[in-house]
Ligand binder design. Sequence first.
Ligand SMILES: Cc1ncc(COP(=O)(O)O)c(C=O)c1O
Length: 406
Amino acid sequence: MPAAEGGVDARISERVRGLGSGVFARNDARKQAYAAAAAGTGLPPLLDLSLGSTDLQPPAVAMEAIRRQLGQPQSAAYCLHGATRPFREAVAAWAQRRFDVTVDPDREVLLLVGSQEGTAHLPLAVLNPGDRALLLDPYYPSHRGGLQLASAQPHLLPLKAARGFAPDFDQLSASQWDSLKLMVLGFPHNPTATTGQQAWVDAAAERAVRHGLVFAHDNPYVDLALDGEAPALLRSPHWRQCGLEFFSFSKGWCLGGYRLAFAIGAEPLITALRQLKGVVDFNQSLALQAGAIAALEQAPEWPERLRPIYRERRDRMASALMAAGWPVRIPSMALYLWLELPPAARAAGLDAEGFCARLLEATGVCLTPGNGFGEGGEGHVRLALVHPIEELEQAAGRVGQWLAGL
Ligand SMILES: Cc1ncc(COP(=O)(O)O)c(C=O)c1O
């Protein structure tokens, strides 16, 4: 037997070593350390505004449906694709009502264990090693992570505040477009909190058809635009020729922990993703699917009810931060503020991660360093509006006091 080189940690694949989770892991470790230090001392309690995990509650009809189904023996059994048909039918009916689009529940709909799972697995289903894919920068981390797991190469398209975060597709030459096999976009966009426009998605779909690439549109915030109407690939005339779209119950129905989402798209892409997932997992329990069906059928208005709550949080928090000397660009979608580092922090020479570390240590307020979302996020932080207004304003007060002394 050849002598082993290095310890067990030397056996970890390059694929996993290359996952860019360092910023989030370090931020999380600092957060845990702060929470432990604050327990039982005079330090202010942790106010965690770093995760898009909401304090708002799912509809009671969804929870009731889950509770009812939990006691059924088939809820404990493996759920094969065929048994997800009631869920897929409910999704098709929703797509008809929501977008006036007729989709085939058997061939064009797939249940997912979260939009994150779907977007992370998709590259393995449609790319070969070395293939190139277009991502927005900043991006949602699973978009980049999925490429890394598939040994594919990202081509980053910067989103600039000066352009209102509109993607500039003309930045790529025709031959660069031809070299791409996949494009992953998502509007409304996390982390810039920009709703975006249908024209951007239409233009992307048109490029995808012209240059023969797959267009994945990640749309968990489709019902959470605060200004304007959220774009959707399903509204684009070309979607069946090029793409698939990911939707989620995590944001609009506050069911993030239950891991429920779905994809709608061109049959060959849905089939490929289903085949890939067949190796990786089974479907969510029928009990959870019952909750999702109830959400779509009996509480379709739930996301609409959340919007005024997020709007008020956005406006009050923006006012509080601005009063504390931190300029805020008012975002057009719910859930996040995407903030440039305040002038005092820039003058002190802090980068996004250093700023978040110092802020947490001094105030107990935890934000997300923007560079965790890609190079384009450096110089920014993301603040999630996932606590009641009183707590958000308390956070703004602590931040303001600290900034004044910086
Ligand atoms: C763009 C984007 N995609 C996917 C997800 C994850 O959604 P899910 O909970 O459905 O996996 C998020 C969550 O923050 C997100 O912002």
